[in-house]
Ligand binder design. Structure first.
Ligand code: FAD
Ligand code: SIN
Length: 535
């Protein structure tokens, strides 16, 4: 395959979730923008966000309290400056979202007084939400704005394969990103995109695990591409498991928002005991790492396949009104949450680490910015506070747009004719089965060996398996034509390796990393990020 359709833009954006769309809207007045996205434009983690976006809006709340709750959840690894910047810029950018047309739920009989939800780790009600489909509403409003902009082109069903950097092109001088290669899925051609500035907004990597709340797009492509492109990646061991994903063989992955516990739902064992009281003073509203680990411990202790989430003591009309989507979806699967407790299990949910950036979204590679779940700014530390990710994506995308508008005058133009994509030409009839097998193997081994509770022995076993798989996948990758599944598999394997390596390096338990070999937090030796960079 050696197609050389080069397309030049002022700004490239990879990903069409909250981060990519926000940034695109802010740079579009200054030049042409291509948003490349691998499925339909709305398909993103953003689109599935339920609980909402955390921002200080209430009289009894303060920036200081939001900062304190974020630092507390982050277990000593948050960068306080980043936390302060993001928390304090959040409220005005949330108001801008409202101006863009996002309709957050208002309190009854008021206009402009927003109904604020509560989630684990928050000491105040501060989560703006649109019913229980907040992400869908944000995505709808941002896409409607994008549609009005003549400078923005959205290229759907195009999967970016890799970034193009000057280092990879063998050019001298500091490494710089000058574009990317993308496979157009329907035409089966690889296009070359060139721009002075590229924003990575590819979201997270939940699909690395067998059980996840994430949709299929979350295969860690951005982290893998940035790492291959020379950027540092930090804190990949801190994978957040959401405590409450519906346990039902018919449901692929359906999240039961933490906001349900925020409104009083109680986790119970199969004997009915409200067990969270034994684990943390905040009980069911303890930070997520604690709740997920407690559920894991209860399931292991009793041999149960799930625990129960009980909101039957609340007024059914309130529950249906506050959680219409969750109520309806669960009913589809035969569970009436107003009448019986719901079976739930933890599932991989959020990547707290990612491509190292500052609060302006700048990576170590010139011309490459990153915003949203793909990046690691220091906001989340070792554990993200609920509903802080939409907030981070919004603030960092806004700030990155500011940087892009300045840098586009300073950075040199990309080379006029970038090297065409080259990979093997042959199709392989075995591909499907090999790819499917390796996908399944990676996801299962990550679940079994690199999950909520870790040991060095299991991590070393996982490392050996991943290294073997990587050899096979890479051979496949270079010998045969690239396909979307193969591109994702290669990224998934690399991200799995980065998670394992980071987990092996950190010889302590902190936040989302819990290992039986080093069960205590060790501030003297480990109060720092785990940084990985390609040799
Ligand atoms: P995403 O919204 O995931 O967008 C990534 C985009 O990149 C997609 O368009 C994808 O197709 C594209 N992409 C990826 N790889 C490629 C590639 N190789 N080529 C081209 N395109 C690519 N957070 C909160 O703060 N509050 C919540 O209530 C909340 N609820 C959640 C509920 C669920 C079920 C899930 C899964 C997550 C939730 N989160 C929540 C987390 C939050 O939704 C995400 O962290 C956030 O939306 C990430 O936004 P993003 O713009 O960084 O990435
Ligand atoms: C949820 O609604 O429980 C998800 C919130 C989040 O991930 O921040």
């Amino acid at each position: 395959m050696a197609d050389n359709l080069q397309r030049n833009y002022d700004f490239l954006v990879i990903g069409s979730g909250i981060a990519g769309l926000t940034y695109a809207l802010k740079v579009a007045a200054a030049g042409t923008v291509a948003i490349i996205t691998k499925k339909q434009r709305a398909e993103s983690n953003t689109n599935y966000a339920q609980g909402g976006i955390a921002a200080v809006m209430a009289k009894d709340d303060s920036l200081e309290l939001h900062v304190r709750d974020t630092l507390e959840a982050g277990a000593g690894l948050c960068k306080e400056d980043a936390v302060r910047t993001i928390v304090s810029e959040g409220p005005s950018l949330v108001r801008e979202l409202i101006e863009f047309g996002v309709k957050f739920t208002e309190q009854e009989n008021t206009r402009g007084q927003y109904d604020l939800g509560r989630e684990g780790g928050h000491t105040r009600r501060r989560i703006l939400h649109a019913g229980d489909i907040t992400g869908r509403e944000i995505e709808r409003a941002l896409l409607a704005q994008v549609a009005k902009h003549k400078n923005i082109t959205v290229l759907e069903e195009s999967i970016v394969i890799d970034l193009i950097t000057t280092q990879k092109l063998g050019l001298s001088g500091p490494n710089r990103c000058v574009g990317c290669y993308a496979l157009h899925k329907k035409q089966n051609t690889v296009e070359v995109f060139a721009a002075k500035i590229t924003l990575l907004a590819t979201g997270g990597s939940g699909k690395v695990y067998l059980y996840t709340t994430n949709p299929d797009i979350a295969s860690g492509d951005g982290v893998a591409m940035a790492y291959r492109g020379g950027a540092s990646v930090a804190n990949m061991e801190f994978i957040q498991f959401h405590p409450t994903c519906l346990y039902d063989p018919k449901a692929k992955s359906f999240l039961i928002s933490e906001a349900v516990r925020g409104e009083g739902a109680i986790l119970r064992g199969k004997d009915g005991e409200a067990f969270m009281k034994r684990y943390h003073p905040m009980a069911d509203l303890a930070p997520r790492d604690i709740v997920a680990r407690a559920i894991d411990a209860e399931m292991k202790k009793t041999g149960a396949k799930f625990v129960l989430l009980d909101i039957t003591h609340k007024d059914p009309e309130f529950v249906k009104k506050r959680f219409p989507n969750i109520y309806a979806k669960c009913l589809e699967y035969g569970h009436d949450i107003t009448k019986a407790p719901l079976p739930v299990v933890p599932a991989a949910h959020y990547q707290c680490g990612g491509v190292v950036t500052n609060v302006d979204g700048e990576t170590e590679v010139a011309g490459l910015l990153a915003a949203g779940e793909v990046g690691c700014t220091g906001l989340h530390g070792a554990n993200r506070l609920a509903s802080n990710s939409l907030l981070e994506a919004l603030v960092i995308a806004h700030r990155a747009a500011g940087v892009a508008l300045q840098q586009r005058h300073k950075l040199p133009a990309p080379p006029a004719a970038l090297r065409a994509w080259e990979s093997g030409n042959a199709s392989n009839p075995d591909e499907l089965v090999v790819v499917t097998h390796n996908w399944d193997e990676i996801r299962r081994l990550m679940w079994d060996y690199v999950g909520i509770v870790r040991t060095d022995k299991r991590l070393l076993r996982a490392r050996a398996r991943i290294q073997n798989l990587q050899r096979e996948i890479n051979q496949f990758y270079w010998d045969y034509k690239v396909t979307p599944d193969l591109i994702e598999l290669r990224n998934l394997a690399l991200v799995a390796e980065l998670i394992i390596e980071s987990a092996l390096q950190r010889k302590e338990s902190r936040g989302l990393q819990y290992t039986l070999d080093y069960p205590n937090r060790d501030d003297a030796n480990w109060k720092h990020d785990t940084i990985l960079r390609k040799a």
